[in-house]
Ligand binder design. Structure first.
Ligand code: DQA
Length: 145
């Protein structure tokens, strides 16, 4: 089975209790289970990780490149300002799907720009936890095509 990494940036470990009116009541544990189940349906070996540490997230992107494993990435707040994460993503030669639970374009101005989008294969935002399922589907479709 093809390995796919679902990588999550800061504060996403607090899903379920973090601003539920924006991010919903699904917990991070629920998110892991949903991604692993979706991956199994798609024939993908999904590994979900979360960190609050920019350097750790960058190391995981490097590892995905070394393993040639596609990435579904919710960069969280790093989306809007981390050029270091963007540079790591720009190195990827495997598919990279940027996902967001909320729709940043409909929120505060500082969320309107993503420094990651230009180096991602594509972006899915605003569908709650389903953004991840759709991201995994996009990866699976890309691998088939
Ligand atoms: C987010 C949107 C970001 O603006 C925010 O900083 C997050 C979560 C989302 O999934 O909607 O932490 O990436």
């Amino acid at each position: 089975m093809r390995r796919v990494y679902v990588l999550n940036g800061p504060n996403l470990n607090r899903l379920g209790t973090r601003e539920p009116e924006i991010y919903g009541s699904t917990t991070f544990a629920d998110l892991i289970a949903a991604c692993v189940a979706e991956g199994a349906d798609l024939g993908l070996d999904v590994e979900v990780r979360q960190t609050n540490d920019e350097s750790e997230l960058i190391d995981w992107i490097h590892r995905a490149q070394d393993e040639q494993a596609p990435v579904v990435l919710n960069p969280a707040a790093f989306t809007h300002y981390s050029y270091a994460l963007r540079d790591a993503c720009a190195m990827l030669t495997v598919p990279l799907v940027e996902v967001h639970i909320s729709n940043p374009a409909s929120r505060e101005e500082f969320r309107h720009h993503s420094v990651i989008s230009a180096v991602a294969t594509g972006t899915i935002a605003g569908f709650g936890i389903d953004s991840y399922r759709l991201g995994l589907r996009a990866v699976a479709a890309g691998l088939e095509g």
